[in-house]
Design a protein around this ligand. Sequence first.
Ligand SMILES: N[C@@H](CCC(=O)N[C@@H](CS)C(=O)NCC(=O)O)C(=O)O
Length: 216
Amino acid sequence: MMKLYNYFRSSASFRVRIALNLKGLPYEYAVVHLTKDGGQQFIPAFRALNPDALIPVLDDDGRVLTQSLAIIEYLDETHPEPPLLPRDALERAYVRSFALGIACEIHPLNNLRVLRYLVRELGASEDAKNAWYRHWVEQGLAALEARVVAEGRAGRHVLGERVTLADVVLVPQIFNARRFECRLDHVPTLMRIFDHCMELAAFVEAQPSKQPDAEG
Ligand SMILES: N[C@@H](CCC(=O)N[C@@H](CS)C(=O)NCC(=O)O)C(=O)O
């Protein structure tokens, strides 16, 4: 069975949990608590799996994979049904572009280690840290909303009526945005897609509160 090193609140892990659920793949849930013991991602045994000290990590029968989007594409290629990327090259590029708009442009700026650096090394206050967080989420999501509206390709999902990688990456980012009380009224199309995704079992079961390590 596959083993997923992850943490209930980690949105990059949440992406992989959704993909595993969509594919109907059972997995062992290995907790890497990001704050306990000074951060279990820094324990040497975990660093041996991922020198970048980031989750998720997927162990597929001894083959170790890192980076959530690479993991999801690997799952999609090894377990093609249901597909998470469209067959058409242009549509595939669109879906990847949307996903990368979150995974490259929003998420890394607000990762735990970046927020910690702002506070501990640069002396940012709690308010300044939260302002930074909200700025990049609100601006990044606004750009994605504008793109989705301009493209006119959204249905109940980012691309029409099918779940794709774009939805898989969107939903965890909205969870993070809510947790940090970001504005979301300026992205109604994305929120409509989010609400629809959260009617689907694969998304519901992958959410932080449903995980074995969930804390209140
Ligand atoms: N681009 C990476 C991001 C991974 C990542 O940032 N993971 C976070 C949790 S969502 C983490 O492990 N943070 C630990 C830290 O910042 O120390 C991916 O998509 O897998």
